[in-house]
Design a protein around this ligand. Structure first.
Ligand code: PNS
Length: 160
C-alpha cells in the first residue's frame, strides 16, 4: 500500500523550513500532497493561486509531491485523497500547544488519520513565513530562508 501524507499549511509563502520538512517527510512517506488550507485565524499576503504557483515552482524538481488547495476540514480532505497521515513540522516550544490542540481535534474528527510531527531542522528553528514577510517588507535580506522564486516575488510585492 502506498503511504501518502498530506502536508497542510497556509504557505504564505513557502519557506526553506517547509521544504526541509517535505524532503525529510519523503524518507517516511511514498508521496506527499502539499495542501494549502484556510487558517481562519490568519490573513494572508498571497492569494491561494499565488501560493500554489510559488509551491509548484519550489517543488518542481522534487519527485513524489503534489500541490493542491482545499477549503474545508483537513481530515475530510485527507480521507478523500486516501492519505492516512497528516505531516506537520514542529519548531520551538511555542508551536507545541497549538499543534497539540490541532492534532487532538483532528484525531477526534477522524481516528483513522494519524498526525506525524517532524522536528524542524536547527537551521530553520526561528524561521516562519510571518517573520520572513516582516523582514522582506522592510528590505531585509531573506535570501537564505526562502526559495529564489519566493524571494523575487516578495521583493516585487513590497516594491509596489
Ligand atoms: O501553516 P498554518 O497556518 O499553521 O496551518 C494551519 C492549518 C491550515 C493546517 C489549519 O488551520 C487547518 O487545518 N485548517 C483547515 C481547517 C481544519 O481542518 N482545522 C482543523 C481543526 S483544528
Amino acid at each position: 500500500m502506498e503511504r501518502t501524507a498530506v502536508y497542510p499549511g497556509s504557505f504564505d509563502p513557502v519557506t526553506n523550513g517547509h521544504l526541509d520538512i517535505i524532503q525529510r517527510g519523503l524518507k517516511i512517506f511514498d508521496r506527499i500532497i502539499v495542501t494549502i488550507l484556510e487558517n481562519p485565524g490568519k490573513e494572508t499576503l498571497f492569494t491561494v493561486e499565488e501560493r500554489t504557483g510559488l509551491l509548484n515552482e519550489s517543488l518542481k524538481t522534487v519527485e513524489n509531491t503534489e500541490v493542491d488547495s482545499y477549503g474545508g476540514l483537513l481530515v475530510d480532505y485527507a480521507h478523500q485523497r486516501g492519505a492516512h497521515a497528516i505531516l506537520r513540522g514542529m519548531r520551538a516550544v511555542s508551536d507545541f500547544e497549538y499543534e497539540f490542540q490541532m492534532a487532538l481535534m483532528n484525531r477526534r474528527l477522524n481516528r483513522e488519520i494519524q498526525t506525524v510531527f517532524l522536528m524542524t531542522g536547527l537551521r530553520w528553528i526561528f524561521t516562519s513565513s510571518s517573520i520572513i514577510k516582516e523582514a522582506a517588507k522592510f528590505g531585509g535580506d531573506i535570501e537564505s530562508m526562502v526559495p529564489p522564486v519566493v524571494q523575487r516575488t516578495l521583493q516585487e510585492k513590497f516594491r509596489k
